[in-house]
Write a protein that binds this ligand. Structure first.
Ligand SMILES: [Zn+2]
Length: 131
């Protein structure tokens, strides 16, 4: 028979992940998007066959609609890091969730086994006190 998964081990793993969450940096939800676009100014070089401009946005779903926030070029690198940090945190939280689920699933059969153990102990005590 395989060793049963330990609740203590799972809880220790949860603590480790929560500790990693505590070290989080600045973060922002949404998808960082880099795209090329023409500005719409007919006098601009981009309208005359020149290179389109680079634009950065963070898109997210708000009430099932896609919302885009334009990111100034000098903030783009930082904001991209924020969105990466958000992904990391989200992944950690999902992992903590999964560990919590395993702790809960382990609890039910353990609680039943403990009850059975206590019941048999009680009956043993009764029998021995009778003797
Ligand atoms: Zn332009």
């Amino acid at each position: 028979m395989a060793m049963p998964e330990s609740v203590d081990t799972l809880k220790a793993q949860m603590h480790a992940k929560i500790k990693a969450l505590g070290k989080a940096g600045l973060f922002m939800s949404g998808t960082f998007v880099r795209k090329r676009r023409r500005c719409g100014n007919p006098a601009c070089a981009c309208a005359k066959g020149g290179e389109p401009h680079v634009a950065y946005t963070v898109t997210s779903k708000v009430a099932s609609k896609t919302k885009a926030i334009y990111i100034p070029v000098d903030l783009a690198e930082a904001v991209e890091q924020w969105t990466n940090e958000y992904k990391r945190i989200k992944k950690l939280m999902k992992e903590i969730d999964m560990l919590a689920e395993r702790v809960i699933r382990l609890h039910v059969p353990r609680a039943r086994a403990a009850k059975r153990r206590n019941a048999s102990l009680a009956s043993t005590t009764e029998t021995s006190s009778d003797a």
